[in-house]
Design a protein around this ligand. Structure first.
Ligand SMILES: [Zn+2]
Length: 98
């Protein structure tokens, strides 16, 4: 069981209405400007199911936010997002693109 810091994401528009975006790939590593490892969404979900955890750290705030999986009802599948207590700069949606 391991813990990984997500430093970048790629998003793509969902193929189901209403119009929204989902994270489809992430990069993890200790250096916030260069990911050591790229993961597909499915690889992240599989790792979470095995007990691995993912988090972000805000570059300015220094605050850590956990990353959770959640069920998107329109899409009918699992995706990932920051825990609800995330602040601006550690929100998964605000990380740089990979
Ligand atoms: Zn969706």
């Amino acid at each position: 069981m391991a813990s990984y810091r997500i430093v970048c994401t790629d998003q793509a528009p969902a193929d189901k209405p209403p119009s929204h975006q989902h994270i489809v790939n992430v990069g993890t590593g200790t250096n916030p400007i260069r990911a050591d490892k790229r993961w597909s969404l499915q690889q992240v979900l599989d790792a979470m199911d095995k007990g691995d955890t993912f988090y972000t750290i805000g570059e300015r705030s220094g605050k850590r936010a956990e990353v959770d999986k959640y069920w998107c009802t329109p899409c009918g599948r699992w995706f990932i997002r920051s825990h609800a207590d995330a602040v601006q700069d550690n929100n998964l949606d605000n990380l740089p693109r990979c």
